[in-house]
Design a protein around this ligand. Structure first.
Ligand code: UD1
Ligand code: UDP
Length: 415
């Protein structure tokens, strides 16, 4: 019998915990095949610990690197050093990293320095602008250089990796693990008692869920967004903005200064995952610059206005479920108003279906690692990979109906 494959799964921020949780559970479900150590760099503290508690994951190593208002360089240095040390202690066959954070980048580099193969989950997302998102676009590309298996969530991300010369044999299309995490949440609470949302009047208002934390938006862009939110609540008395504010002190200072004490704008502490998802399910629409939230919202049929100039997650906008709206005050107001006032536009963006995954990403990732460890190829049979359903069956947009009508013989067209 082959020896179990030793895996180190590294996480450090809230989205990494949420997106790795089901992979860790899947690895631990198979103790004869895998010995898994969870390394928590501690890049985030409160926000990540909340997520780990929800998924009942106890880290084996806690590297405790977070410092208030940490710089990217000092953070990178601390993660590199401490993860290398953890690798020496555990001796893994593979180090798994997720996404584009400093934890992911520095851990992949540490593994490379120890000559340990890297498995990169959520590989191949590209905006093609190294300052948007910053520093995530560069982090993600740098991880690709030292990666042994690229777990690309979608065909788009696979194609981006192929275009960079990465061999097809090292890429597996898995779907995004965030959809797996949502699948485990069938029992969402109906009450917000004892949560930071308690006390928000349930008066039938339409709830606009807002989050924004990206480094490239700090300052003017975030100020514009705040002014736009104020314009919207002033003009639409039947809406309430709910904004769980990220713990980054540079985000907090702007948001609290401009939006604190504004009628019908509710600023809250970060929400635990289940409360956040229950809010996502109940809200009318989402304004966000978050990667994970863009990927989650289609599961709940919620239109997303993306508070960015570019996205490395184009699938939802390609399917008409999201729009990239930038960060100008006028643009944000205009796009939000369209959804608040135009029922057809709203319906067209809320047909749902999730183009990012089908809830089986963790299974595919673990099967591919098993085959890799056994020296088998391909890493996953092509028919087992994640495939999008073809567009017309996935959602029937008005434009598709019009195109079909235009293509049909004239006498058969009915109104
Ligand atoms: C990080 C990631 C970003 C990801 C985001 C998810 C990098 C460079 N950025 O951004 O890709 O989208 O996490 O949320 O990796 N803080 C706390 N408690 C916490 C978390 C943060 O106090 O639980 C404060 C600290 O002062 C910290 C600051 O927030 O210094 C910024 O955290 P950091 O991880 O450096 O960057 P984020 O902006 O959170
Ligand atoms: N999230 C949460 N509580 C909140 C806000 C977000 O649990 O108050 C979850 C959300 O469901 C998603 C993830 O955190 O899965 C996104 O994290 P974030 O926006 O911090 O990072 P990004 O995805 O942009 O890297």
């Amino acid at each position: 019998m082959t020896k179990p494959c030793r895996i180190v799964a590294v996480l450090g921020t809230r989205p990494e915990a949420i997106k790795l949780a089901l992979v860790i559970h899947e690895l631990r479900r198979r103790p004869a095949e895998f010995e898994t150590a969870v390394v928590h760099t501690g890049q985030h503290r409160t926000m990540l610990d909340n997520a780990l508690k929800h998924f009942k994951i106890k880290p084996d190593f806690d590297l405790d690197v977070m410092r208030p208002n940490q710089t990217l360089s000092s953070l990178t240095g601390r993660v590199l050093d401490t993860v290398e040390n953890a690798c020496h202690r555990f001796g893994p066959n593979m180090v798994l990293v997720q996404g584009d954070t400093t934890t992911a980048f520095a851990s992949a580099l540490a593994a490379y320095y120890c000559k340990i193969p890297v498995g990169h989950i959520e590989a191949g997302l590209r905006s093609h602008d190294i300052y948007n998102p910053f520093p995530e676009e560069a982090n993600r590309r740098l991880v690709s250089v030292v990666t042994e298996i690229h777990f690309a969530p979608t065909a788009n991300s696979r194609d981006a990796l192929l275009a960079e010369g990465i061999p097809a044999s090292k890429i597996v299309v898995t779907g995004n693990t965030v959809v797996d995490a949502l699948r485990g949440l069938s029992q969402l609470p109906h009450s917000w008692e004892d949560t930071p949302l308690a006390g928000i009047p349930e008066d039938g208002s339409r709830l606009v869920l807002v989050t924004s934390h990206r480094r490239e938006s700090l300052g003017t862009d975030q100020q514009n967004m705040c002014l736009a939110l104020k314009d919207l609540v002033k003009k639409y008395p039947d809406i309430r903005v709910i904004y769980p504010v990220h713990m980054n002190p540079n985000v907090r200072s702007t948001i609290n200064a401009l939006l604190g004490d504004t009628e019908r704008i509710h600023l809250t502490e970060p929400l635990d995952y289940i409360t956040f998802v229950s809010l996502l399910r109940r809200c009318f629409m989402v304004l966000t610059d978050s990667g994970g939230i863009q990927e989650e919202a289609p599961t709940f049929h919620k239109p997303v206005l993306v508070l960015r100039r570019v996205t490395e997650r184009p699938e939802a906008s390609e399917f008409g479920l999201a729009r990239i709206i930038g960060m100008s005050r006028e643009g944000i107001v205009r796009e939000a108003e369209r959804l608040l006032t135009d029922k057809e536009a709203y319906q067209d963006m809320s047909v749902g279906g999730n183009p990012y995954g089908d809830g089986r990403a963790a299974e595919r990732i673990v099967e591919a690692i098993t085959r890799w460890h056994q020296g088998k190829m391909p890493l996953l049979e092509p028919e087992k990979e994640f495939h999008l359903p073809p567009k017309p069956t996935y959602r029937r947009r008005k434009t598709d109906i019009h195109e079909a009508a235009a293509a049909a013989p004239r006498e058969k067209v009915r109104s």
